[in-house]
Write a protein that binds this ligand. Sequence first.
Ligand code: GLY
Length: 373
Amino acid sequence: MRPVVVPVALGPRSYDILIGAGLLGEAGARLRALSGQARAAIVTDSDVAERHLARLSASLEASGIRPVPVVVPAGEGSKSFAMLERVIEELLALAPERRDCLVALGGGVVGDLAGLAAALVKRGMGFIQVPTTLLAMVDSSVGGKTAINAAAGKNLVGVFHQPRAVWIDPALLDTLPDRQMRAGMAEVVKYGLISDPAFFAWCEANGPQVLARVPRAVAHAVEVSCRAKAAIVGADETEQAGIRALLNLGHTFGHALEAETGFSDRLLHGEAVAIGMALAFRFSARRGHCPAADAKRVEAVLAALGLPHALPPLAAGRLVAHMAHDKKKAGGEVPFVLVRGIGEAFLARDVALCEVEAFLREEAELSQRRTAA
Ligand code: GLY
């Protein structure tokens, strides 16, 4: 079957997102058509390598391209200066040309690390995203954000460097752990909450089918999400126009939660975003922007998808301290994505952190009462 094609229109940096079960097996032929190179580095992690590297390598070999795996340890710890240096040295050992493409095979960590390495080698070589998690398929593989983490915080060292293509094979999700599927669903639901109430309603009705990997449901969720992301990136590639920033719905709260839990398995990124989106709705309702009933609907869909929506027992003051270091801060203000309702996100620049702290204290009390009851 022909893949679905979602164009990302960025002038000279335009590319296509292809979505289709079985695409991994076509990677060699597609790479040959795109660049004609004789060797290709495949940057991946130790977990993904076990599941998918052999099939990708075989596909490249069948098209006369020698695969050279660059395998990093699985986990957020690989988004480090040390690992970036290692990946770059291994790439340089292949004496690549700028028009050559490396292949990033993995989730968000691999995509961010490999994309940044590609941006730096020879001042920018090509790369192709082959995402293997739901979260990477619907969000991080599209749009050219690349980064590693620094002592001062997550994703603080990076550049925008667009891939030459994104090849999404939804069949790869069949081996993804359930918890990762649920975490990815948070980012799927996010597109409905930002600007597409009909898609939110679709998620309410069909989200569990995506989690069960029903192929039609998975394909629809991935396609609608990619179309939404492509439109947003096409309109505001480098997050200057207040449009791409809407993708941060739930992320300012979420990043603070991740930072406070040490960017660990205690809270996956998608889980933190789920709580963050629920908080953004409740905060918006508290400020009178949004009906409380919409906040309840968001909680209900997250609960149905096995995602958290209540604030964990963490100190409000510490969470707000993390927000004060937000990299999107401008003129001393932290911009928050708030909502007027489902599908009506907007960027608020008038939110004082003391107001957020008071709200989080109330949320913490509520959580404690719920736990005690
Ligand atoms: N993940 C948010 C963005 O790509 O802008």
